[in-house]
Design a protein around this ligand. Structure first.
Ligand SMILES: C[S@@+](CC[C@H](N)C(=O)[O-])C[C@H]1O[C@@H](n2cnc3c(N)ncnc32)[C@H](O)[C@@H]1O
Length: 254
């Protein structure tokens, strides 16, 4: 292993503070509404990649018996959606404020009465010390561009995966287009993202993410582009990867 996690961290404290100040995670008309409509695409995408038979995919609980880590879960938008489909979800986030919010919201959700996500306030590198080769899937949605050390972040995510398990990443690409539309337009004009939440310097291209995942014994299965329609505020899949992309990779057997 190339890192010494006692001296390195994935936690960018200023970034965690910025996220902790956001109080409207569960408002579908609020400053994080794009994350809610994003579930329409990312949740079926995860199901289709994790579940292998059509019969199971079309059942009411397709993710039953699947252990899934939602890393950087925030208020629990992805965690709840996966738990509703039967997954045993663990949501981790470095913000204690957001973990409390996620716990409270899930506890009040009648759909999750018999299948609550487990939430933990921790960093991925701490979590990975205990949960080695444990999860069927790791979801790292909209977090790669927020962490302090992407190499350590991805290494830690992969450590928690069982061999054969999948990692799902969605994140902005590092292009001038994503800088303009993903930051300037999204934050100032569409007001789709709270101001100051994204830093272009931290964006990573699919190539950079792929190279790191290869280093940690993963095979990248596919990379898709993602586009956002500012009128309907819905997302759709595209071959055009220059704004946002989704990447799925499999951990190879050691
Ligand atoms: C943009 S939000 C994404 C929330 C959620 N994944 C979604 O897409 O709905 C990024 C989240 O990652 C968390 N985060 C950032 N760095 C982290 C780290 N190193 N370890 C754990 N959580 C982190 C932040 O606190 C924030 O809640």
């Amino acid at each position: 292993m190339a890192h010494s996690s006692s001296v390195l961290t994935t936690v960018d404290k200023a970034d965690i503070e910025r996220h902790s100040k956001l109080s409207d995670w569960w408002s579908k008309k609020g400053s994080l509404r794009g994350l809610h409509t994003f579930n329409d695409l990312r949740i079926p995408y995860i199901v289709n990649n994790v579940v292998l038979t059509d019969e199971k995919r079309n059942s009411s609980k397709p993710l039953e018996n699947k252990k899934i880590l939602d890393v950087g879960c925030g208020g629990g938008i992805v965690s709840e959606a996966l738990a509703k489909l039967g997954a045993q979800v663990t949501g981790v986030d470095a913000s204690s404020t957001l973990i409390e919010m996620a716990k409270k919201h899930s506890a009040s959700n009648a759909d999750l009465q018999y299948n609550q996500p487990t939430y933990q306030c921790t960093s991925i590198e701490e979590h990975a010390q205990t949960f080695v080769n444990y999860y069927d899937a790791v979801v790292a949605s909209e977090i790669v561009d927020h962490v302090a050390n992407v190499d350590l972040f991805l290494d830690s995510c992969v450590q928690t995966l069982k061999p054969g398990g999948k990692i799902f990443i969605t994140t902005p690409n590092k292009t001038q287009l994503s800088r303009f539309f993903g930051i300037f337009v999204a934050e100032n004009i569409l007001k789709l993202i709270p101001k100051g939440l994204h830093k272009y310097e931290k964006f990573k291209s699919p190539k950079e993410v792929t190279e790191i995942l290869h280093k940690y014994n993963c095979e990248v299965n596919e990379v898709y582009g993602l586009l956002f329609n500012p009128i309907t505020e819905n997302w759709w899949w595209s071959y055009f990867q220059f704004l946002w992309y989704a990447l799925v990779a499999t951990k190879l057997s050691t």
